[in-house]
Write a protein that binds this ligand. Structure first.
Ligand code: HEM
Length: 424
């Protein structure tokens, strides 16, 4: 089976550039320039997409809290600042917009809600995504899927392939098909819906071609959900969709949250597979260590997620005046918390730009933290860190990057390898 290898690119979206919320007292909107804040006028999204880390280092050093005209938000780039934002959802609201995300998905999902509304929608999802359920329900399926796509990659090629297109993308899509209770949906289709929903979420320029793609994917996804919901009402199972239905959630809201999960649960695990292989390939000692001691795979996964965080930035909106690192931010300001910069903050991590699986245990923000911490964190850890990548090296011990071919990194809001040629 072939599958779209395209990953989400920042040209398609930015979660951040959404309309400010209506109906609340605000002193600044995302179209206004906040007065008196440090400004990072030099910040260039094109440079960020090529290699964001030098710009993040400059932001942290010069203006850790800064208005960035190019992305029309106040950016917080330090570990301290982002952690503060995550710990204070009563100031940093997730209810950023009823705008593009709601239009893209057909309604407002839990990621754009605050507690207690958010918590009541998150609870049923957690019931099938906790570590115990991942072990009991999903781990075997993740293993079957990984073996299937590895076998296909090997049989469809002669010792060389693009690891993203041949393994990472189809595997991430198939795992997600299973988790949302759509095992018979073609992973190629689900991967396309995912890309189109995210493109719609970032469609601040209101491009009709993007809305058309989004609408087509929404219609296909809704048709699949018609069948899925009817089946699961008759025969509940442990899938996320079934859990939401069993929890008594209105069907419209189930659909919004499943479309969110399809948007958010595909691209990042896909990138984690190729990121890990890329990093291990460039660190032969650490690769040797993890192959000798499989207990180190968890650290390798965590460290790769820190160093190349697949979600670079998350968006919030202040609903109260607040001061961070000496900078006063008024209520109503749209905020970009740059997790992938926070994860390279030298005040938190020694030699932050180095891949080091032996780093002392500690927190990083790759999966967010606080009430919106990634619902799929344990699933991704198991599917990718414990199964997909170790299996690759067990079955193909000679696996390495094909340095004669071009590899492609892209994006900053979502960043990862869109092509990783390998040989074995
Ligand atoms: C390595 C893979 C992944 C990474 C790095 C990642 C990262 C994140 C981050 C940073 C957030 C917080 C967003 C925010 O606060 O605005 C988030 C939320 C979320 N993620 Fe993931 N994610 C990954 C995989 C997954 C998977 C596999 C699923 C589905 C099974 C998933 C489902 C979700 C959902 C539903 C939310 C919203 C949670 C809420 O608002 O309470 N993610 N993810």
């Amino acid at each position: 089976m072939r599958i779209a290898s395209r990953s989400v690119r920042d040209s398609d979206h930015t979660f951040g550039n959404e309309e400010p919320r209506k109906g609340r007292k605000t002193t600044v909107t995302n179209t206004a320039v906040p007065v008196g804040l440090p400004t990072a006028g030099w910040l260039d999204p094109a440079e960020l997409a090529c290699d964001p880390y030098p710009s993040y280092e400059r932001l942290r050093r010069e203006t850790p809290v800064a208005w960035a005209p190019a992305v029309k938000k106040v950016l917080i780039s330090t570990f301290e600042g982002c952690s503060f934002g995550e710990r204070h959802p009563e100031i940093f609201s997730s209810n950023v917009s009823g705008g593009t995300m709601a239009k893209a998905l057909g309604g407002r999902p839990l990621i754009r809600k605050d507690d207690p509304e958010h918590a009541s929608e998150r609870a049923p999802m957690n019931r099938t995504l906790r570590p115990k359920q991942i072990m009991e329900i999903w781990a075997d399926k993740f293993e079957i899927n990984a073996r299937r796509y590895l076998a296909e990659m090997v049989s469809n090629s002669q010792g060389a392939a693009d690891l993203n297109a041949a393994y990472a993308a189809p595997l991430a899509a198939k795992n997600l098909c299973d988790m949302v209770g759509m095992p018979d949906v073609e992973p190629l289709d689900l991967a396309r819906w995912s890309v189109d929903f995210i493109a719609g979420t970032g469609n601040v320029l209101d491009r009709q071609d993007i809305w058309d793609r989004c609408e087509r994917s929404r219609a296909e996804c809704d048709a699949a959900l018609d069948e899925t919901v009817a089946r699961l009402r008759r025969h509940p199972d442990p899938s996320i969709t079934s859990m939401l239905l069993e929890g008594g959630m209105a069907e419209d809201q189930v659909r919004n949250n499943i479309k969110l999960t399809i948007s958010g649960g595909m691209n990042e695990p896909q990138h984690m597979i190729t990121n890990m292989v890329w990093l291990l390939d460039r660190s032969p000692d650490q690769k040797a260590a993890v192959l000798a001691d499989p207990g180190l795979w968890k650290q390798a996964f965590t460290e790769a997620a820190r160093l190349f965080s697949p979600i670079g930035m998350i968006t919030r909106q202040t609903i109260a005046d607040v001061e961070i690192q000496g900078v006063a931010i008024p209520a109503g300001t749209q905020i970009g918390m740059i997790l992938s910069s926070a994860n390279r903050d030298s005040t938190q991590f020694t030699n932050p730009d180095q891949f080091d699986i032996h780093r002392p245990p500690g927190t990083n923000l790759a999966f967010g933290s606080g009430v919106h911490q990634c619902a799929g964190k344990w699933a991704a850890q198991k599917a990718i860190g414990d199964i997909a990548v170790p299996l690759l090296y067990r079955e193909l011990p000679g696996l390495k990057r094909d340095k004669s071919q071009q590899e492609i990194w892209d994006g900053w809001v979502f960043r990862g390898l869109t092509s990783l040629p390998v040989v074995w």
